[in-house]
Structures are given as structure tokens and as C-alpha cells.
Design a protein around this ligand. Structure first.
Ligand SMILES: NC(=O)C1=CN([C@@H]2O[C@H](COP(=O)(O)OP(=O)(O)OC[C@H]3O[C@@H](n4cnc5c(N)ncnc54)[C@H](OP(=O)(O)O)[C@@H]3O)[C@@H](O)[C@H]2O)C=CC1
Ligand SMILES: CC(C)=CCC[C@@H](C)[C@H]1CC=C2C3=C(CC[C@@]21C)[C@@]1(C)CC[C@H](O)C(C)(C)[C@@H]1CC3
Length: 418
């Protein structure tokens, strides 16, 4: 029986009760946001405008569209890659290989969608299908997570994640049991993390822009900004695809409902909330304000990219001229911790940049509603919690060296505040 490996990992996310709550709360929140975004008052806090029946949610056409999309992205994933990267060392000392062709998948999808539109594909009809699509994605991820759970039953103990194997069915189903579930070389977690959801997000945004143009003659400046900023974010993630291999999602977390739902439903349907809001609640935006918002996004991106690239370069090759002059703390593992440059300002400068960008994505929606700021609020909570999880793991990994780093760099995300 491959359920428990070594000492039990401490329970996260409030244990089985927290996991059960999140299993219900996450889909409920997503549907609440989808319903409220298209309602007149667009009130984040308060009941949804109506409770949709099955006849509104269930659509075989939406399910077919979703499965076609997943199939298309899987086919693009299997195309020859410009590079094959090795992941981090696993418990059994082996390393898995990952195709680096995510950006190519984005470009090919754009070409296919462009071709489709030129022969009459009604992209502008997509916004009307968001509710049934989100419903189909939710059902699919529940089934998919169940299959992942079953697959972990027959996986060797060395293939299981450090968490997610408590023996409690709900907790393990939520967190995910197997670290890197694969069929042959097809890696489900890596595929889902960067492809269908992230690429789906930008095409949902584009469909909202097209629909706005059809309704009002041309897309609004606010809609252009939201589309542009989020396309930059997704394009950047896919361009730097290899960097995902060192994130805790890939190296530490199992693949279960949390990530499957997060990747395939939560990201495309809630991260596109600002564009959804703008379609139903057009907001005037002048050029001077637009320029200020672009500047905020650029500052956020500069910090986010600078910090992530500095750490990735350092981890790949500490003698690279761009990082070799930085001050470091040695650790007992042989790895070093950066203590100057971006990582000497706060312990998670990349989170700070990401949060500044999150704010820039909401500002084009004006300040009349709280709804478009949901992403900023949720993302702050997610990153504060993620930061605490990462610190726990780093303390375990680096011990005294990590304590020294915390002493030298006392702030976590926001200098002098947090
Ligand atoms: N849009 C979204 O929904 C989300 C976006 N993100 C973004 O994803 C990106 C990656 O985030 P995440 O994986 O959480 O974490 P990080 O990229 O911050 O990675 C944390 C790891 O970096 C290493 N590290 C920490 N401090 C130092 C240091 N001083 N010097 C060298 N290495 C250090 C440690 O790993 P080791 O020592 O083993 O290398 C640590 O475990 C971030 O930009 C984040 O904002 C994250 C979650 C959701
Ligand atoms: C609330 C909920 C459903 C939680 C699940 C969390 C997931 C939505 C996020 C966990 C880590 C993520 C990352 C990205 C997207 C969101 C999830 C899946 C990411 C792919 C976004 C683009 C970035 O550039 C990134 C590649 C650094 C990032 C990696 C982590």
C-alpha cells in the first residue's frame, strides 16, 4: 500500500475540514463571480443575482468545446519542442524531461483561431457560453481529480508527493497524491499548469474584446489595456516556461483537485473577471490615466521579471556575470541564498511585482465597483499563504542559513511593511 511515506507531513489548508470547505467554496466563488459580473449592480459582496438551473449550466456544446480545446492543447504539447528540459532531482535520484514548447503552442493557437475567425468562427459568441463552459470545466476537473487519485493508488511510494498522502480521502483528493502523474512522457500537471487554462484565459479575454467591438463599434481603451497586460503576463509565463520546473507546484505539491481545478477552471474563468466586468459595465478611461496605469504595470513587470530571472539565472549558473557579483549566504546543502540584488530587498520580490501588476489589471475598471478588485484581494491572500508555505519548506531545507537570511532580509513581500 503506497499511502504513507516516512513521517506524516504536517496538514495544510486547515486539514480535511479546510479541504472539504475549499472543495465547495472554490467552485461556488467562481460561479458567484461569473453571475455577478454580468448583473447590473455587479456587487461582489451580496447574493448572486439569481441561482442558475441545470438548463442554464449544462450544455453538451460547451462540454464538446472544452474537450476539443483540451485535445488541441494536448496535440500542441506533443509537437516537437525547441528544447527538452530536465526537472529537479526526484526522491529516487532520477530527473524527468519536459518539452519546452508552450510559447509555440500560444502562437499556433493564435494562428488557428485567426484562421477560424477569417472563415467565420464566431469568437464573439464565447462570452455567452462562459457559464456552461465553467460548469463543464468543473465537472471535468472533479472526474479528472478522481482518476488522478485512483492512479496514485498504484503508484510506487517514491512517486508520491510529500503532502497529500495523509490517508484522509477528502484531504488527499484535494491536495493531490502523486507528484508527477504521467502516461508515457505526457506529464499531466506540467501540461495543465501552463497550457489549457493560461492560453484559454487570453482567448476568453479576446472573445470579450471582440464581443465589445461588435456591441459598441470598437473595443474600449480599458478593454485594450486589460487584454494587453494579461497577454503580456501569459506570454511571459510561456516564454520562460522552464522556470515553472522549480516552483513548489511542480517540485512539492501533488496533482489533485486544487491544482487541476485551479489550472483548468479557476484561472481561465476568474482571471478574466476584469474583461468580463468591462463588457457588461463599460468604463470611461482617459489617456493620462491609461498612461499612469501602463506605468504601474511596467513597474510591476520590471520587478517580477527582474526578480524571477535573477533567481533562475543564479540557480542555473551562479558564475553567470549578471549574478556573480551578488552577495550570498552558503547553506549546508551546498546551494547558496542570494542576499543582495532583488532578493536582498525583500524575501519575495517576485510576489511584490506580481501584486503591483494585479493592481494595474483592475485599475482600468475604475473605482465604482469592488468586483474587478477581487483578483487583487484573492491574490494577496494566495501569495501571503504561499509565502508562509515556502518559508516553512525553506527553513526545513536550509535551517540556520535560512534564519540568517531572514535576519538579514527581515521583510517578506512589502519593504518596511510586511
Ligand atoms: N498568477 C498566479 O496566480 C500565481 C503566480 N505566482 C508567481 O509565480 C512565481 C513563482 O512563485 P513561487 O514558486 O511561489 O516561488 P519563488 O519563485 O519565489 O520560489 C521560491 C523558492 O526560491 C528559492 N529562494 C528563495 N529565496 C532565495 C534566495 N534569497 N536566493 C536564492 N533562492 C531563493 C527557494 O528554493 P530553492 O532554494 O530550492 O531554489 C524557494 O523555495 C512568482 O513570481 C509568483 O508571483 C505564484 C502563484 C500564483
Ligand atoms: C484558489 C485556487 C484554485 C488555488 C490554486 C492555485 C492556482 C490557481 C495557482 C497555483 C500556482 C499557480 C501559478 C500560476 C497560475 C496560477 C496557479 C496555477 C502561473 C502559471 C501564472 C503565470 C506565472 O508567470 C507563473 C508561471 C509564474 C505562475 C506559476 C504558478
Amino acid at each position: 500500500m503506497a499511502s504513507l511515506q516516512g513521517p506524516r507531513a504536517p496538514l495544510e489548508f486547515g486539514g480535511p475540514l479546510g479541504a472539504a470547505g475549499l472543495l465547495l467554496l472554490l467552485p461556488a466563488t467562481m460561479f458567484h463571480l461569473l453571475l455577478v459580473a454580468r448583473s447590473g449592480p455587479a456587487r461582489l459582496l451580496g447574493p448572486p443575482p439569481y441561482l442558475p438551473g441545470l438548463e442554464v449550466l449544462w450544455s453538451p456544446r460547451a462540454l464538446l468545446l472544452l474537450l476539443t480545446w483540451l485535445g488541441l492543447q494536448a496535440a500542441l504539447y506533443l509537437l516537437p519542442a525547441r528544447k527538452v528540459a530536465e526537472g529537479q532531482e526526484l526522491k529516487d535520484k532520477s530527473r524527468l524531461c519536459y518539452p519546452i514548447n508552450g510559447f509555440q503552442a500560444l502562437v499556433l493557437t493564435a494562428l488557428l483561431v485567426g484562421l477560424g475567425m477569417s472563415i467565420g468562427l464566431p469568437l464573439g459568441a464565447l462570452p455567452e457560453m462562459l457559464l456552461p463552459l465553467a460548469f463543464a470545466a468543473t465537472i471535468t476537473t472533479f472526474i479528472f481529480s478522481f482518476l488522478l487519485y485512483m492512479k496514485a493508488q498504484v503508484a510506487p511510494a517514491s512517486a508520491l508527493a510529500p503532502g497529500g498522502n495523509s490517508g484522509n480521502l477528502i484531504y488527499d483528493f484535494f491536495l493531490g497524491r502523486e507528484l508527477n502523474p504521467r502516461i508515457c512522457s505526457f506529464d499531466f500537471k506540467y501540461f495543465c499548469e501552463l497550457r489549457p487554462g493560461l492560453i484559454g484565459w487570453v482567448f476568453i479575454n479576446l472573445a470579450l474584446l471582440v464581443q465589445e467591438a461588435e456591441q459598441r463599434g470598437s473595443p474600449s481603451l480599458a478593454m485594450w489595456l486589460v487584454n494587453g497586460f494579461q497577454l503580456l503576463y501569459v506570454g511571459d509565463a510561456l516564454w520562460h516556461e522552464e522556470a515553472i520546473l522549480t516552483t513548489m507546484d511542480i517540485t512539492h505539491d501533488g496533482f489533485g483537485f486544487m491544482l487541476a481545478f485551479g489550472d483548468l477552471a479557476w484561472v481561465p474563468f476568474t482571471y478574466s473577471l476584469q474583461a468580463q466586468f468591462l463588457l457588461y459595465h463599460p468604463q470611461p478611461l482617459g489617456l493620462p490615466m491609461a498612461a499612469v496605469i501602463c506605468l504601474i504595470n511596467a513597474i510591476g513587470y520590471y520587478i517580477f521579471r527582474g526578480a524571477n530571472s535573477q533567481k533562475n539565472t543564479f540557480r542555473k549558473n551562479p558564475s553567470d556575470p549578471s549574478v556573480s557579483g551578488l552577495e550570498t549566504i552558503p547553506t549546508a546543502t551546498g546551494r547558496q541564498l542570494l542576499v543582495s540584488g532583488w532578493w536582498g530587498m525583500v524575501r519575495h520580490p517576485n510576489y511584490l511585482g506580481d501584486l503591483i501588476m494585479a493592481l494595474a489589471w483592475s485599475l482600468p475598471c475604475g473605482v465604482s465597483h469592488l468586483l474587478p478588485y477581487f483578483y487583487v484581494l484573492y491574490f494577496t491572500a494566495l501569495l501571503v499563504h504561499r509565502e508562509a508555505r515556502d518559508e516553512r519548506q525553506c527553513l526545513q531545507k536550509y535551517g540556520r542559513a535560512w534564519q540568517e537570511y531572514c535576519r538579514r532580509v527581515p521583510y517578506r513581500i512589502l519593504p518596511y511593511i510586511y
